[in-house]
Design a protein around this ligand. Structure first.
Ligand code: NAD
Length: 495
């Protein structure tokens, strides 16, 4: 009998009532590993009601206590790194070292949230007018929801719930139905950390659950991370229903390699950032823009590194790249390799050759002479397929990046500080790496792309996350000396 993965509502596992469910696979073997309940509208309503009931107590809980819960959670996630990582490997397929990296980068956000008392300090102006003081405070929004993608089942929820809870909101998570188990483990850890029941809830499911969250009158805000078409839908529907929404979408990240770059480092970076996590990262490099004069040499260096990448089940410690998430997705990604040559690209390394037969594997693939207009260039492939586009100059490379509809991450490889600085100034992308291929900001900055990689105004986590999960209030106060009280019907002035 396969395991059944259910919801977490009001501090306990709650089995769904919808009768609908999905299959969770082990992508390294292709076997069905578990089923996951899909929430009905009623299941979502029960979870929202629990979050609403918990809100009164939690938002009144002292900042010190909220921080203390985050400190406990920090210790628990730290102590359970391996357990969380092995769940990620089992359901997502990513190799253990990558899964541990995911946990570590998620944990940073809990560490940031431990400092929430400092982040929620307001401003205070004494004597803004005679006898009048003005101060600002930030208050939680209420019940907030997070909808997360399959590729970071632990980190992306931590991007959201750490700040949301520390700010005094209660939270509902709708994780990806493809790898739902990490959400339940995090719920258990939060409970052990001292978070009261109802403050953190998990509803498993699909569009039914998401749509109910989008329209539920008691949900104040939605954070979303996933593909661009769904991000746009979430943003448009959520805001139309009066909610605050941040919706992070897909990506097509370009790495521009100038002729003066250290080509060995650039090739190492392209391989690591192109094939890490089998290319299923929103910050993966999927296009290398190689200036003509060094393109042959760079392609050679990338190609010679590929055979050394060890592909296989993530549970084996030596493996460096695991399978893709589903058979359907693997087949879609292979379709881009299939279509590359007829479209005019050159297949330098064909990942369909020698891929493990069991499970959803595709080996690292390198395409050269890719050009705008080809499907491999235009689409977010989200797999281990790296495309090289040859450009004549920095300017041509920059133009391509800025013309791309996505604007999540980008990187420049060069030894020229002036060129790098100009790039940072010119490029229309939210996260920029200078000789750093995956520039995911540390947790005390904020994460977010531009253009079709983000719908909404607020980036995720860090200071912008705190702003997203709180509203400002400004208080103007007078404690008058009774002797100075008088009637004055004019508009209040300060001088
Ligand atoms: P997805 O958009 O298919 O799913 C994301 C979430 O939305 C899941 O919880 C899913 O259940 C839900 N969903 C899917 N279809 C829906 C629909 N029609 N209506 C309502 N809800 C729906 O994304 P995915 O395949 O899980 O994740 C991969 C995508 O996420 C890639 O495009 C990747 O670039 C993107 N991503 C972006 C970032 C970022 O920070 N910008 C980070 C990670 C992943």
């Amino acid at each position: 009998m396969t395991a059944r993965i259910s919801h977490w509502i009001d501090g306990a596992v709650v089995e769904g009532t919808s009768g609908r469910s999905g299959v969770v696979y082990n992508p390294a073997t292709g076997e069905e590993a578990a089923t996951v309940d899909f929430a009905s509208v009623e299941d979502v309503d029960t979870a929202v009601a629990a979050a609403k009931a918990a809100l009164t107590g939690w938002r009144a809980t002292s900042l010190g206590r909220r921080a203390e819960v985050m400190f406990h959670m920090r210790e628990l996630v730290d102590a359970n790194r391996k357990e969380i990582a092995s769940l990620l490997t089992a359901e997502h397929g990513k190799v253990l070292s990558d899964a541990l990296g995911e946990v570590a980068r998620g944990l940073e956000n809990i560490e940031f949230a431990c400092g929430i008392p400092n982040m929620l300090k307001g401003g205070y102006s004494e004597q803004a007018a005679t006898g009048v003081d003005v101060y600002s405070i930030r208050q939680p929004l209420g019940v907030v929801a997070g909808i997360t993608p399959f590729n970071f089942p632990a980190m992306v929820p931590m991007w959201m719930f750490a700040n949301a809870l520390a700010c005094g909101n209660t939270f509902l998570l709708k994780p990806s139905e493809k790898d739902p188990s990490a959400s339940l483990l995090m719920a258990e850890l939060l409970a052990k950390a001292g978070l009261p029941p109802g403050c953190f809830n998990v509803v498993q499911g699909d569009k039914v659950a998401v749509d109910r969250l989008l329209e539920h009158p008691d949900v104040a805000a939605i954070s979303f991370v996933g593909s661009t078409p769904i991000a746009r839908y979430i943003y448009e529907t959520g805001t139309a229903n009066g909610k605050r929404v941040q919706a992070l979408g897909g990506a097509k990240n370009h790495m521009l390699v100038l002729p003066d770059a250290d080509l060995d480092s650039a090739a190492d970076a392209a391989v690591s950032a192109g094939y890490g996590s089998a290319g299923e990262r929103c910050m993966a490099i999927s296009v290398v823009l190689a200036v003509d004069t060094i393109a042959d040499e760079l392609v050679g260096k990338i190609a010679e590194r590929i055979p050394a990448v060890k592909v296989g089940p993530g549970s084996e410690p030596d493996n460096e790249m695991g399978p893709l998430i589903t058979r359907e997705h693997r087949d879609k990604v292979s379709g881009y390799v299939e279509g590359a040559a007829p479209a005019g690209a050159t297949i330098v390394v064909d990942g369909r050759d020698g891929a493990p037969a069991e499970g959803f594997f595709l080996n690292p693939t390198l395409l050269d002479h890719v050009q705008p207009g080809m499907p491999a260039y235009e689409d977010e492939i989200f797999g281990p397929v790296l495309s090289v586009v040859r450009v004549r100059s920095y300017d041509e490379g920059l133009e391509l990046i800025n013309a791309n509809p996505y604007g999540n991450g980008t990187a420049i490889f060069t030894r020229d500080g002036g060129a790098a600085r100009q790039f940072q100034f010119d490029v229309n992308v939210g996260m920029v790496g200078i000789n750093v291929p995956i520039p995911v900001p540390v947790s005390y900055y904020s994460f977010g792309g531009w253009k079709e990689s983000l719908f909404g105004d607020t980036h995720m986590y860090g200071p912008e996350g705190v702003n997203f999960y709180t509203r400002g209030k400004v208080v103007t106060s007078r404690w008058p000396d009774p002797h100075t009280s008088a009637v004055d019907l004019g508009f209040p002035q300060n001088r």
